[in-house]
Write a protein that binds this ligand. Structure first.
Ligand SMILES: [Zn+2]
Ligand SMILES: [Zn+2]
Length: 272
């Protein structure tokens, strides 16, 4: 399918919603899938050697902050994001991702619980403080309550969305928190979702970073065919995402990308 300018919003959404149906209920909303690569996708230009620094800004709605701090036996909660995003760049960029809420911003209450693409972009327009400049690539992440909402209605199982070339990501804290009754699993789901959405924003899968092997899940857009990869389209719901996280997090430094996805980014970075 060819993306045209007429599909700008769909392409902007491009990168995806990580998540799926909320478990167990049956008949839940089907997650919106990614649009094919095209207009509005991430550029992949973050891999240009002239980009020396990559900075992820994190804001949160009051009461919806991401999990932070140490996890017994695993290290810091944000180690997982740091390890995985550093791996995408083969350790060759200076990466900034805040680890503590003191280094994030509380942007106050957001009464709207049906959060659209336009809403997310409005939040970013009002609160994003970091912007790309020569040598620096920035991404903006906001944690909110409520549900991602499209023309059809709220999507109960969507954990996060990445808005293509804008570098803007929204994380749906209530959905993340409901993914498991176990606190550490919630943390892993949150970190894995953040890694997934940043992966899209950075250009995976064929979302600005070209394929070097056949691992794109075409029917699901910018996702990976390997169900052991964090870029897999998790359509079985947040509970399955929790299972994914449980399966993979042997340590806080576990790399969640498969060889296919790493091959794509290594072709641009030069690899480890
Ligand atoms: Zn996705
Ligand atoms: Zn993959």
């Amino acid at each position: 399918m060819k993306v045209t300018h007429g599909a700008a919003i769909a392409a902007l959404l491009g990168a995806c919603n990580f998540g799926g149906n909320s478990g167990g209920g049956g008949g839940d909303d089907a997650p919106i899938d990614a649009a094919p690569p095209g207009d509005g996708t991430a550029s992949g230009s973050v891999f240009d050697p002239s980009v020396l620094r990559v900075s992820v800004e994190i804001d949160y709605e009051t009461g919806e902050a991401p999990y932070t701090g140490p996890m017994p036996g695993f290290g810091d909660t944000f180690d997982l994001s740091h390890a995985n995003i550093n791996r995408l760049f083969a350790g060759k960029k200076m990466l900034g991702i805040p680890r503590t809420t003191a280094n994030m911003e509380d942007i106050g209450a957001i009464p709207d619980e049906q959060v659209t693409v336009a809403d997310i972009l409005a939040i970013a327009a009002a609160h994003r403080s970091q912007h790309d400049v020569p040598g620096l690539k920035t991404y903006y992440v906001v944690f909110v309550s409520g549900r991602f909402t499209d023309d059809v209605g709220p999507k109960a199982g969507v954990l996060g969305v990445s808005l293509g070339s804008t570098g803007v990501i929204a994380m749906f804290k209530d959905v993340i928190a409901s993914s498991s009754a176990i606190g550490n699993i919630q943390r892993f789901v949150e970190q894995s979702t953040l890694v997934h959405e940043l992966g899209h924003a950075i250009g995976l899968v064929n979302n600005g970073v070209a394929l070097t092997s056949a691992h794109q899940d075409g029917p699901h857009g910018a996702h990976c065919t390997n169900d052991s990869c964090v870029m897999y389209w998790q359509n079985e719901g947040a509970s399955d995402m929790a299972a994914f996280a449980t399966q993979y997090v042997l340590s806080a430094n576990t790399i969640l990308f498969d060889a296919g996805c790493l091959g794509d980014v290594d072709a641009l970075s030069g690899g480890l």
